[in-house]
Design a binder for this molecule. Sequence first.
Ligand code: FAD
Length: 435
Amino acid sequence: VMAAILRKYIVVGGGVAGGYAAREFVKLGLQPGELTIFSKEAAAPYERPALSKAYLFPDAPARLPGFHVCVGSGGEKQLPDWYAEKGIELKLETEIVKADVENKTLTTNKGDIYEYGTLILATGSTFLNLADFKTPGADAKGIYYLRDIGDADKIVEAIKASKGDEAVVVGGGYIGLELAACLTMNKIKVNMVFPEPCLMPRLFTPELASFYERYYEGKGVNIIKGTTVTAFEKDDNGHVSKVLLKNGSSVNSTFVVVGVGARPLLAPLKGLIEEEKGGFKVDASFKTSNPNVYAVGDIATFPMKMYGDSRRVEHVDHARKSAMQAVQAIKAAEKGEVVDEYDYLPFFYSRSFNLSWQFYGDNVGETVLWGRNGAAASESKFGAYWVKDNKVMGAFLEGGSPDENKLIAKVAREQPTVNSTDELVSGGLGFASKI
Ligand code: FAD
């Protein structure tokens, strides 16, 4: 029997949460040799959102080591050497394929066995693949997805190889929006296809979306709403040549990028840990049903203190904060102490072209738009509030400065009472500045 390699702490997943967990361990005091991080990827943890933004720019694109964590939140850039200097073992291109929570062991794809004292799961998500939906032709060459650097590099190659052909972006969420913008910036004609009646349907109302739709159309993007891809046609080389749509139309295209959602990666702990709402159920310090195992980032279903329910959140801000919370809780527990409960304010953002929006809070109730008077789409400042039971629950702002974004965050946190929505329409950002 092979002896297990013993580590006080093990992190499975070297993505955003994995990188921020490492920083928090170092900050709170880590002895060399105590921590091992496993990652399937070849690169040390980096700020994943860059991949659908600056990584794909035609001019001066972002490249590693430029966006390793923790630059995304204004912290120190952790290059591979940083881990070595801190005595952290960073096992790249190493997948954990098996777990045994009784014996507290993990097995790598290379056959090594590690034993942990405390385990943090930070395996993130993977994209939904059209082949999984059995879309005919989904295995054609020229159809791309985006999750990691390897995927992004393939898209960069395809951009370089494209010779005036039209592209199809499948999906109207933030990945679709950001990809459509990047391809357009690379002078590729883009057709966006999505089944919902408007862009960003999980957050935007049709009224809010109309600004972005008109802006994108102004940049030359052809938006095809309310329909889905039924099949891909291939040429003799197995390369995509045509995208067939449910509405009966089609687009001749040799370059397709798909952003239709993600699914959390629970293997190899699946079945060993309690689940809720598609993720591992955790408490307010990200401890799972197993006291030696924590789960953070995209895979954790955590108590949302502000709203009295539990949620799974696939966003970078939560990946960072949940990782820090878990490490703080682990270190506190060693001293017989407890940390404050996680009290997360949901925060989503996206950037494309010269646009940049932020949203804080909960998008429930009635949406009240301000600063938009039906004028043509321009890079103007406008926003929205979500109001439920006379309380402002969510706030959205396009084109806000850092200080202005802080104002809307404060509104979402404090949930002020409003007697009529008129004061939100006429007050706009001024309403937020008075809170
Ligand atoms: P990840 O960052 O995905 O890291 C998980 C890591 O674990 C990966 O490296 C994976 O390879 C590895 N792994 C998985 N299984 C194993 C295993 N068994 N063994 C070893 N390693 C394993 N969010 C926003 O808020 N704003 C944005 O603008 C935004 N843009 C995005 C753009 C793109 C292209 C993508 C893909 C996501 C974007 N997100 C954005 C979402 C955000 O990046 C994720 O929510 C965040 O990365 C989650 O962090 P995580 O650590 O949980 O997972």
